[in-house]
Design a protein around this ligand. Structure first.
Ligand code: 13P
Ligand code: SF4
Length: 344
């Protein structure tokens, strides 16, 4: 089973210190622990509240399909970061994980940014605590720090430039050839980038629990059983899995690939939520989630992403909690490397 946030992480990183509600038992679980009125039409109520509060719903492709279908903005990390910067509505409800909602707040600080469940974290963000990363960075004083957007605001504040899986190659290629580079926190994406760009980088030892769970042997066996299928994978996957992929790309890269490619069947090596949009875009094609090592868990689903539900989304809109709060100085420092990425 995937590990969710430890209580230590939760206490340290996720309780908004200036939120009045956070100190009450209502937000103790990370979401508003309130009863849902019986017989309520959740979809209708969410749409009503969005209008009433001048709110927009942004959702990542890894959300449950019921949430994806309600989203005003649906996309991958780069698309959502760019879109968040331009939102004019008063409220952004972010159906994704904590670092994504935090990024939306950083790029558009005057908006109220809500996250249905504050415990929707990320194993990559958790793998990179600010103190340890600052010490790591101090060992390589001449290195430029490139961080994958899947990290906390505190890590972004220690970075020179941020990237997502959609633009990571372009970001690395924009750095002078003789410049030493630290890449954090995803070692698998880092190894892929070293191969793609030919640059030697110093890697932080973090990984995504979802993309690391794919089984090389089972993918090979599945591909044998579907000889016409193409295997496509996200670069957060391990090197040996990426070596057998017909195509490697970010979530939106994978989506474009299946729309433009000629094959009928795909084994999809990323979080299974993306299959919903793939199936919608190309309904005549077949999509099979890549198998994982452990048969007893739904490990191709991100347990963090799936913490958001329609019920929590409704409560979050109704009560405008939980809200993302960040200290102004931290936001300022974390915005610079994000802006450098967006300017590229
Ligand atoms: P992208 O949205 O950049 O494809 O990243 C996938 C991911 O793991 C988000 O958490
Ligand atoms: Fe983090 Fe992986 Fe979940 Fe994305 S899929 S939020 S990288 S744990």
């Amino acid at each position: 089973m995937q590990r969710l946030l430890s209580e230590r992480h939760w206490d340290h990183f996720y309780i908004p210190m200036d939120s009045k509600l956070a100190t009450t038992s209502l937000l103790k679980k990370g979401y508003l622990d309130l009863p849902i009125p019986e017989g309520i039409d959740l979809v209708g109520e969410i749409n009503r509240l969005k209008k009433e509060k001048n709110a927009v719903l942004m959702a990542h492709y890894y959300q449950d399909k019921s949430i994806q279908d309600l989203a005003d903005y649906l996309g991958d990390s780069l698309y959502l970061a760019k879109a968040a910067e331009r939102i004019e509505a008063d409220v952004i409800v972010f159906a994704g994980v904590h670092f994504m909602a935090e990024t939306a707040k950083i790029v558009n600080p005057s908006k109220k940014v809500l996250l249905p469940d504050l415990k929707a974290g990320c194993s990559l963000a958790d793998s990179c605590p600010p103190d340890a990363f600052a010490a790591f960075k101090a060992k390589h004083p001449k290195a430029i720090v490139v961080t994958y957007i899947n990290c906390s605001a505190a890590i972004k504040a220690l970075s020179d430039i941020v990237c997502t899986s959609s633009n990571a190659v372009a970001v690395i290629n924009s750095i002078p050839k003789d410049q030493e580079i630290i890449f954090a926190p995803d070692k698998n994406l880092g190894r892929y980038l070293i191969k793609e760009t030919g640059r030697d980088m110093i890697l932080w030892d973090g990984a995504c629990v979802v993309h690391e769970a794919f089984s090389f042997d089972k993918i090979v066996a599945l591909a044998k059983a579907h000889p016409k299928a193409k295997f496509i994978a996200h670069p957060e996957s391990e090197s040996q899995v990426l070596e057998i992929a017909h195509y490697i790309g970010s979530t939106s890269g994978l989506l474009s690939f299946v729309q433009n490619d000629t094959a009928d069947t795909y084994i999809v090596g990323t979080e299974a939520g993306i299959l919903h949009e793939m199936q919608k875009k190309v309904p005549h094609k077949t999509f099979i989630p890549a198998p994982v090592e452990d048969d007893t868990c739904a490990c191709s689903e991100c347990a963090f992403m799936k913490l958001n539900t329609l019920e929590k989304l409704y409560l979050c809109l109704e009560h405008e909690q939980p809200e993302i709060h960040l200290a102004p100085a931290l936001m300022e420092a974390a915005r610079k490397p994000i802006e450098r990425m967006l300017a590229l």
